[in-house]
Design a protein around this ligand. Structure first.
Ligand SMILES: NC(=O)C1=CN([C@@H]2O[C@H](COP(=O)(O)OP(=O)(O)OC[C@H]3O[C@@H](n4cnc5c(N)ncnc54)[C@H](OP(=O)(O)O)[C@@H]3O)[C@@H](O)[C@H]2O)[C@H](O)CC1
Ligand code: K
Length: 484
């Protein structure tokens, strides 16, 4: 079961190159470039007026169309009676580019933004092609300590729209206005931090299948998949997740996974408890069934019977039983969440793990586990997740305040994470939640995307006192609201 097709179009993220191509296509189909610039400037004006009261405005304009948007915005602000000045990089713009800006152009050396001012950053956008240096860099450096507000057009100049990386230098914007679709760079790394509040305006570009390079995670993509399970009447038809438990004191992590699975909408959860913790597990769980794990054959029996997904790794340890269970889980062919100790068991010989994985698996590493398992995979988060998924042949969910999910189909970027999620055990709950969604016949990338968003949403409105014990109850609330 897949993402909703219409929502996929709306949630598409486009690289600067794809955006330039959409731009060319629209122009070739009869919309003049000046019209697109006009619409971009008008959208910027709308946002500027909604976000800022009237004040002195300095517009920094670059040599390309990002600068052209800035110049056109300047003309509109003059018409609206705002006090503005315009500073252009390099050669002064042709008279045609700034008809309505007579007497407003200033040399770069005069740029001295004051605390109450608004600076419009229209230096570079999608056409940034190298690190920002020289005159442009000097302008952006002046912004750093000026205390002025900054509105960036398209992207904070210096942010790579494909990756979110800073090329040389980039300002900290308060507001960014972009067009048509967000770019991955608005959501990743420094890009996400530097954009401030992001607005995306429709300027009449045509969307075409194949334009997207990634998706921005949102419930409209997968909400319909969650509701499916609720229509089934028998508990096992609604999916049955098996959580492989951990021994002794370490068992708490896997118990959190079981709680995560139990509120996912799956019909049943079985906690397979190693003998050292079975009795205790039997006393703490009510809704979760507990079975003693005499050995890997207990897992095999469930996998061949009623189980529809497996969660393995949290609190499991690195012993021989863990290896056997991991082998059994992966060999079963059932959808499988591979987390924590299951990720680090083979960190010295990852190819052994990779060769046992299959396309129904979801790996959920945090940055540390990722670095140990996918040695040599470097770059921005989106590229790394994609490379890792290709290397291991499974879906990879790379956790963090921004989470990236890569697997079959377009990768997904999840951005509703908050600091409250940085609490011990929260990842264990996530693994269980995804396992429970997988059990309901949701495909791996889709289940991971749904799990990441729901998990983050459950923590979003919570204060710093949120702990992993309280997370499942909040997750249940989020799911109930989504499917009601
Ligand atoms: N499709 C849309 O969304 C629309 C976008 N619009 C706006 O147009 C820009 C993209 O315009 P483009 O002209 O392609 O690119 P830029 O203006 O961002 O920059 C290109 C020029 O800047 C020079 N450049 C690039 N990097 C540097 C640098 N580090 N230092 C100095 N100069 C740099 C580049 O020079 P080259 O030598 O590389 O050619 C170009 O001169 C988009 O962001 C929107 O704001 C339209 O208005 C509407 C449709
Ligand atoms: K810009």
């Amino acid at each position: 079961m897949a993402f909703d097709a219409e929502a996929t179009k709306r949630c598409s993220l486009m690289t600067p190159d794809a955006m330039a191509e959409a731009d060319r296509r629209t122009i070739a189909a009869g919309t003049p470039e000046t019209t697109l610039i006009d619409r971009a400037a008008r959208a910027s004006l709308r946002v500027l007026r909604s976000e800022f009261t009237r004040r002195p405005v300095t517009i920094l304009c670059g040599p390309g169309n990002n600068g052209a948007d800035g110049l056109r915005l300047g003309e509109m602000l003059v018409d609206a009676g705002w006090p503005i000045e315009v500073i252009c990089l390099g050669e002064p713009p042709s008279a045609e580019r700034h008809r309505g800006l007579d007497g407003r152009l200033r040399p770069t050396g005069t740029f001295a933004p004051g605390p109450g001012a608004l600076v419009v950053d229209a230096l570079f956008g999608a056409g940034l092609s190298r690190p920002v240096e020289g005159e442009a860099r000097a302008l952006i450096e002046k912004l750093e300590f000026a205390g002025a507000s900054v509105l960036s057009i398209d992207l904070p100049s210096g942010i790579d729209g494909a990756t979110g990386e800073v090329l040389g230098i980039a300002p900290q914007a308060d507001v960014t206005v972009t067009f048509h679709r967000l770019k991955p760079g608005h959501l990743l790394g420094e890009g996400a931090r530097r954009c401030g509040k992001v607005f995306c305006a429709d300027i009449g570009l045509q969307y075409r299948e194949g334009d997207a390079s990634a998706l921005h995670n949102a419930p409209e993509l997968w909400r319909h998949l969650l509701a499916n399970g609720a229509r089934e009447t028998h508990k096992y038809e609604r999916g049955h997740t098996v959580v492989v438990g951990g021994p002794g004191f370490m068992g708490s992590a896997s118990r959190l996974s079981a709680y995560g699975a139990s509120v996912s909408g799956a019909g049943a959860v079985t906690y397979l408890a190693p003998l050292s913790s079975a009795e205790f597990a039997g006393t703490v769980f009510d809704a979760v069934m507990v079975r003693p794990m005499t050995g890997p054959e207990a897992l095999e029996e469930l996998a061949e019977g009623k189980a529809s997904s497996i969660v393995i790794g949290p609190g499991m340890g690195h012993g021989a039983l863990s290896r056997d269970c991991l082998h059994t889980a992966l060999a079963s062919g059932l959808p499988c969440v591979v987390d924590a100790d299951a990720l680090t068991l083979y960190e010295d010989e990852p190819s052994k793990l990779f060769s046992a994985l299959h396309e129904g698996c979801v790996l959920t590493p945090h940055e540390g586990e990722f670095a140990r398992l996918f040695k040599g995979v470097e770059g921005d988060k989106l590229s790394r997740a994609k490379a890792a998924a290709a290397r291991c042949g499974a879906t990879v969910l790379l956790k963090g305040s921004t989470t990236v999910i890569a697997g079959d189909g377009l990768p997904v970027i999840n951005t509703n994470g908050s600091r409250s999620l940085a609490t011990a055990g929260s990842g264990d709950v996530l693994a269980g939640l995804i396992g429970g969604i997988l059990a309901q016949s949701v495909a791996p990338r889709e289940a991971a995307a749904a799990g990441a968003w729901i998990h983050a949403e459950a923590a979003r409105s919570a204060g710093p006192s949120l702990n992993a014990d309280r997370l499942p109850r909040r997750i249940a609330g989020v799911i109930d609201r989504l499917v009601s």
